[in-house]
Design a protein around this ligand. Structure first.
Ligand code: R5P
Length: 302
């Protein structure tokens, strides 16, 4: 097996490679002054199963294009197969038609991934569990929930009775139920959140379920941080004294860093599916790694 990394999250690729006891294979990525890229595989790949690690946020268009070019370069050099490790799969928000006249972005991405010859995708905590079914190639859909469960047990140190898991929207109910089972039936509550599709404005109307002293919010991603801000405010009003946040993908757009640091959350746990530049880090942030889990999945392939 040969493992390559695009430029979007090299530290994660290095950790995965280390876990597999493999070096990262060499690529030459030349950027022309107008942003166009020229990609060349420098390692021999004839007959090899190859892996390319490339989460696609931020700058999804750039990162996808780079992934397509890496896949093409490797296949032209004789690789037997390509597994794309895309821990965060951009454009999954538009996985179907929500309003008349819209593009189904994920369908466009799916067609290109398949057309460039990628044979398998490994991804983490997709927004919807039905996304893998939309692909014609195999999609291994992993979840960071077991990593979160371990950390939650460490934080609460046995006082399960004081805790409630919280989904900040109805879309996260399935996720929260799985985590509740992992944590021995920890109770859960759900916030009813509404987003205006035209303006993006969020409102939260009610919480379904009983709120306890410690509330643990779990979400698939944090983008602007507004969902977390809204959820922590509502939980505070409803009696939560200590609030922790767990989210798989730190998309961290706009002013997320300050929104999260100023929120009622004690700590914000995310994973390294997306690389967080130093300037987006903040004191309440803690990063958990998914590298071992991805390496484990790749070992199953080989
Ligand atoms: C939405 O349904 C997702 O699960 C997240 O809650 C959402 O994408 C977070 O976005 P933001 O941080 O911008 O509120």
């Amino acid at each position: 097996m040969k493992i390559f990394s695009g430029t979007s999250n090299k530290p994660l690729a290095q950790k995965i490679a280390k876990n597999l006891g493999l070096p990262l294979s060499d690529l030459e990525i030349f950027v022309f002054p107008d942003g166009e890229k020229r990609v060349r595989a420098l390692d021999k790949v004839v007959g090899e199963d190859c892996v390319v690690v490339q989460p696609t946020s931020p700058e999804p268009d750039k990162n996808y294009m780079e992934l397509f070019l890496i896949a093409d370069a490797i296949l032209r050099n004789g690789a037997k197969s390509i597994t794309a490790v895309i821990p965060y799969l951009s454009y999954q928000r538009q996985d179907r038609l929500f309003r008349e006249g819209e593009a189904v972005s994920l369908d466009v991405i799916r067609k290109i991934l398949e057309a460039v010859g990628i044979s398998k995708i490994i991804t983490i905590d997709l927004h919807s569990v039905r996304i893998p079914e939309l692909f014609k190639i195999e999609v291994a859909h992993l979840s960071a929930l077991s990593i979160f469960a371990e950390k939650i047990l460490e934080i609460i140190r046995g006082s399960v009775a004081d805790c409630v898991l919280v989904s900040p929207d109805m879309g996260g109910v399935r996720r929260i139920k799985i985590l509740s089972e992992m944590l021995g039936g920890m109770p859960y509550a759900v916030i009813v959140k509404n987003r205006n599709l035209a303006t993006g404005k969020l409102t939260a109307s009610e919480i379904q379920g009983e709120i306890k002293k410690r509330a643990i919010i779990v979400d698939d991603m944090i983008s602007t941080g507004e969902t977390i801000k809204l959820a922590t405010e509502l939980l505070r009003k409803n009696g939560a004294k200590e609030i922790y946040v767990f989210a798989t993908h730190p998309v961290f757009s706009k002013d997320a860093k300050n929104v999260l640091q100023k929120s009622y959350a004690e700590r914000v746990f995310v994973t390294d599916t997306i690389e967080i530049p130093k300037e987006k880090e903040f004191p309440k942030l803690e990063i958990l790694s998914v590298s071992e889990m991805i390496a484990g999945q790749l070992k199953k392939n080989s």
